[in-house]
Ligand binder design. Structure first.
Ligand SMILES: *Cc1c(COP(=O)(O)O)cnc(C)c1O
Length: 377
């Protein structure tokens, strides 16, 4: 089946108990035990719930992994995956991963003895050189946030395999509709399902998929013990979002391409970051590993004042954190996703006060383009 069809036909078209079209919300914390000495499939909803199970199996099918897991947020998924490691272990992570992921690595996990080195993942050689005898995993995210830098997944995942370490990829920006890291060799994929998968800015949720059943069993222990699980309504909302992912992503991506071209030609725009834009250094690699450039882009105005004025004037883009909703969202990394990063570090990475990140939504391209034009005038 093609990827679009799989979003609809993945084994959860109907509820197994009733035949209802679509899986039902099982709003229960616990399950009646018919025979007291036998552990039923569902016992207590922290350990498993039929609605959550349907979402977990769906994401496992979509990513091509053995086991899927749902969490109460993307950060809950990422924190739980990091719960697989021990004090004394070391991770090599891309330097421009999601700000929250960087933050927990640099604070909590560091305090508990899990060390990490941040490396420019556009350079596989630099990742390789950062591997130590106690390195247990490589942590990647591509395209990166907020500058849409591209990591060569195949090269990096092969390297991790050869080094005998695990690999983890945050696939939030692409979704399995556009990119499947497990097919390229990843061991674990994580998602903020709050974004494109949920798709309507109405739910906070996270997902993880493991390549093997053995790794899945270990992650299940973390999920069931830490208990950072979503409620059944949230799991259901994410499943409903996944059903329309293809049409949403296709439309938003098309508009993103048009908007990126328009921004590049604008006199008050210094630079535009979008994988499919001519001259993007990672485009050839991205095109080989993903089915499209996606709906995220960022740009820098000529001055910080112009960026601030854009936020004052823009009407169709909501000034907000997050991405992947039906409405276009304009975010300001220095005051949102990367607010916890020291300014010197932000400057080194090119995250300045002139940088605006756009998550393109489903408005008509013509209206968005006219609105951006007046906001930048
Ligand atoms: C939003 C986001 C996260 C965190 O997810 P939450 O659902 O907000 O906890 C992680 N990674 C990426 C790439 C994100 O965009």
């Amino acid at each position: 089946m093609n990827r679009g069809t799989l979003l609809i036909h993945n084994g959860h078209e109907t509820d197994p108990a009733t035949g209802a079209l679509g899986v039902t919300v099982y709003q229960t914390s616990t399950f009646y035990r018919k025979k007291i000495t036998e552990m039923p499939e569902f016992d207590y909803s922290r350990g498993g719930n039929p609605t959550r199970k349907a979402l977990e199996e769906t994401i496992a099918v979509l990513e091509g992994g053995a086991r899927g897991f749902a969490f109460g947020s993307g950060m809950a998924a990422i924190s739980s995956v990091l719960g697989l490691f021990s004090s004394g272990d070391h991770l090599v992570a891309a330097e421009d991963i999601y700000g929250g992921s960087r933050y927990i690595l640099d604070t909590f996990y560091k305090r508990w003895g899990l060390e990490s080195t941040a490396v420019d993942a556009a350079d596989p050689g630099a990742l390789q050189r950062a591997i130590r005898p106690n390195t247990r995993a490589l942590y990647l995210e591509t395209p990166s946030n907020p500058l849409l830098k591209i990591t060569d997944l195949k090269a990096c995942l092969d390297m991790a395999r050869q080094a005998g370490i695990l690999s983890i990829v945050d696939n939030t920006f692409m979704t399995p509709y556009l990119q499947r890291p497990i097919e390229l060799g990843a061991d674990i994929v994580v998602h903020s399902a709050t974004k494109f998968l949920g798709g309507h800015s109405d739910v906070i949720s996270g997902l993880a998929v493991t390549r093997t059943g053995e790794l899945g069993e270990r992650l299940y222990q973390v999920q069931n013990s830490f208990g950072a699980v979503p409620g059944p309504w949230d799991a259901w909302l994410v499943m409903r979002g996944i059903k329309t992912l293809k049409v949403r992503m296709d439309a938003a991506q098309k508009t993103a391409g048009l908007l990126a071209e328009q921004l590049r030609a604008h006199r008050n725009v210094e630079s535009v970051y979008y994988p499919a834009l001519r001259g993007h250094p990672g485009w050839a690699i991205h095109e080989a590993q993903a089915a499209g450039p996606g709906a995220m882009l960022s740009f820098k105005t000529k001055t910080t004042e112009q960026a601030l004025r854009f936020f004052e004037r823009v009407k169709l883009a909501a000034a907000a954190p997050s991405l992947g909703g039906v409405e276009t969202i304009a975010s300001y990394p220095v005051k949102m996703s990367h607010i916890n990063m020291p300014e010197s570090e932000r400057e080194r990475l090119g995250i300045s006060g002139a940088l605006i990140r756009i998550a393109v939504g489903l408005e008509d391209a013509e209206d968005l383009m006219a609105d951006f034009d007046q906001a930048l005038a």
